[in-house]
Design a protein around this ligand. Structure first.
Ligand code: SF4
Ligand code: SF4
Length: 87
């Protein structure tokens, strides 16, 4: 069973309401051979109710359990050590 740990403070993808996607990095998404990683606005909001940043998450757990081949490319490519994966 794959366990995905992600630290949004290390990753730091600022939320820009004029952009539909993060304008920084996303190397982990690019290298994943199974396209198991995605981004979304972090649930935590600022004082004006806007998301403070984007976060990376792994798609449906049952799907990831089946298709994540333990390649560790996302962990290795991350410049901020924001991702940990264990099985
Ligand atoms: S370990 Fe490999 S397949 Fe699994 S999420 Fe990371 S890059 Fe994708
Ligand atoms: S590679 Fe690391 S720093 Fe870049 S978006 Fe992914 S988790 Fe964030």
């Amino acid at each position: 069973m794959v366990k995905f740990k992600y630290n949004h403070k290390k990753c730091d993808l600022p939320y820009d309401p004029t952009e539909l996607r993060p304008t920084k990095c996303l190397k982990c998404l690019e290298v994943c051979p199974k396209s198991l990683l995605m981004f979304r606005p972090l649930k935590k909001k600022d004082k004006d109710g806007a998301p403070i940043r984007f976060e990376i998450h792994m798609i449906f757990k049952s799907f990831a359990d089946k298709f994540c081949p333990d390649c560790m490319k996302c962990v290795e490519v991350c410049p901020s050590q924001a991702i940990e994966i264990s099985f």
